[in-house]
Design a protein around this ligand. Sequence first.
Ligand SMILES: [Zn+2]
Length: 341
Amino acid sequence: MSATTPGLVNAHHHLYSALARGMPAPPSTPTTFREILEQIWWRLDLALDLDIIRWSAMLGALEALESGCTAIVDHHESPNAIEGSLDVIAAACAAVGVRVVCAYGVTDRHGPDGARRGLDENERFVRAGGRGMVGIHAAFTCSDDTLAAAAGLAHDLGVGVHVHVAEGVDDIDGPRRLAGLTTDDWLLVHCVHLRDDAALRGTIVHNPRSNMNNAVGYADPARFANRVALGSDGIGSAMLDEFELAYARLRERDVTATPTTAWSWVEQSWNLVPEARGDRVTWSYDGVADPWRLAFTPGVRAIDVDIDGAPALRNGLATRVDGHEVRAKAAEQATRLFARL
Ligand SMILES: [Zn+2]
């Protein structure tokens, strides 16, 4: 039995949400997905500044490393701190040692100027040599012109688009509006309400825990012909946990389903950041590479992580940053953030 795997990949994350835990309760209890966005995430993202983004990303990257995740595909939005935000996230991940693919989620929620500045941030970051994609929040918060502009920019930059698709019923019309724009390098996130025959091109990212938390329904990703990868949608980067959840949810739907199907979604995630295959994680459990064992072994921990051939975690502790200092600074920024909500 082997106790090692390559570095795991979180195919959809929101590093800016790392400080959201413990935030003040919203004015009223959200009862729909739309209200969860309006009362929690769209209030939070307005309050972000570059210092909050920096320490939120540092904490999120640290937690990824501690979970054996060496590569994050991030989707970011901070309407009052757009310019330079992707540099801040990339620098934070680099300090911890974790790989990141950045994207700024373009939206028309703040008018055409907000959308333009979002597009510009994606373009500026990638043209300056940053590893990125073009982000779109979701079709239901964008005009057709903005969707076309984002797709065109991604084509010009030679990168894919990272977009939420049909996560809730509010975006039920999204797939129709994206049809004709998608290419194989797109990341189509959630796809809970995407029809099997929608024929959108790209990798579908399944986020089982987040979907349950938002009560949006089961995406049933095994039904699609597309590649499927696994993401956390902002709830840490413990990808073995996401695998176990993905398996349990799959099995709830189909008692003949096997852990190998859910593990294939972990493997597909490596196509998004192929270098992570060369990273090495040593785990607390020696059956970690066998999906049939792992699916029934909660609580497996990363002990050592090597990224790019060099140590990044030893005995569960980060080697390139002081984990206690990161948590203390993140807590200071969380206090600032909560005071703004
Ligand atoms: Zn998301």
